[in-house]
Design a protein around this ligand. Structure first.
Ligand SMILES: C[S@@+](CC[C@H](N)C(=O)[O-])C[C@H]1O[C@@H](n2cnc3c(N)ncnc32)[C@H](O)[C@@H]1O
Length: 227
């Protein structure tokens, strides 16, 4: 199974012999790849929709890993029973949806040792939920594929220090590591904020509103993150 940079990075966080549930598995690429590489010997490939599961089923058969991967139909973590897996992967969904899926299943999460999450948006909401629900972000990275930058978070049970706005948005560990992809992300946020400010500056009323000051302060904070 060929997988791209984003999925490859996600799989690099999985521990040897982990029991993995891939939620929103779509074509089941992650569990198939992990099985083929002998990283895991059991996975649950779960999705809310029938259609993607048909592709998952076909791929699992084609790559000869039927005995290693269970296919489940269900919303979020509802397809799992307590203690079946120790690692949950949720990738390619909005941070808000990932947060909802996690909040809906406290009993399943109790038994889990690692969460590997790749939000497509609203990483701040997801980090805030992890912080408030006693998960510790042990590692997080950025990866670029087809010109788009993605963030991947690995979390375990534990207490995390209180994250500030910038840390919620970009990730504390990602900010500390200061790589070029982070610079690209910050510059893209700076560009968006500047465009917003230029738009507001066309109207005196908009410039008098508190949103204008908020945007100016946000721009300043973003520029201070650059090195
Ligand atoms: C964009 S695909 C991501 C596929 C794969 N995880 C990846 O990262 O490439 C999102 C998948 O999540 C599934 N999905 C959306 N909401 C879900 C939910 N609440 N529970 C389980 N699966 C869900 C969709 O059916 C779809 O197959």
């Amino acid at each position: 199974m060929q997988i791209g940079e984003r999925l490859l990075k996600i799989t690099s966080f999985v521990n040897q012999n982990a029991k993995v549930a891939d939620i929103g598995t779509d074509h089941a690429k992650i569990p198939i790849y992990l099985t083929q590489k002998n990283i895991i010997s059991y996975a649950i490939a779960s999705d809310k929709n029938e259609n993607p599961l048909q592709f998952a089923k076909e791929n699992i058969r084609r790559f000869g890993v039927k005995k290693n991967i269970d296919i489940r139909l269900g919303d979020g973590l509802k397809s799992l029973k307590k203690g079946e897996v120790d690692t949950i992967i949720i990738a390619g969904m909005g941070g808000g949806l990932i947060t909802k899926i996690l909040s809906d299943a406290p009993n399943i999460l109790k038994e889990i040792s690692q969460l590997i999450l790749q939000p497509m948006s609203e990483g701040n909401i997801l980090r805030s939920w992890l912080m408030e629900n006693k998960f510790l972000i042990e590692d997080e990275v950025l990866v670029k594929e087809d010109g788009k930058i993605y963030e991947i978070i690995s979390a375990v049970h534990g207490n995390m220090k209180k994250l500030n706005d910038a840390e919620l948005m970009f990730g504390n560990i990602i900010l500390q590591n200061k790589n070029e992809l982070l610079k690209e992300r910050i510059n893209s946020e700076i560009f968006k904020e500047k465009r917003k400010i230029i738009g507001m500056e066309k109207s005196q009323k908009a410039m008098n509103a508190k949103e204008y000051n908020f945007a100016k302060n946000k721009l300043k904070s973003l520029e201070e993150l650059l090195w």
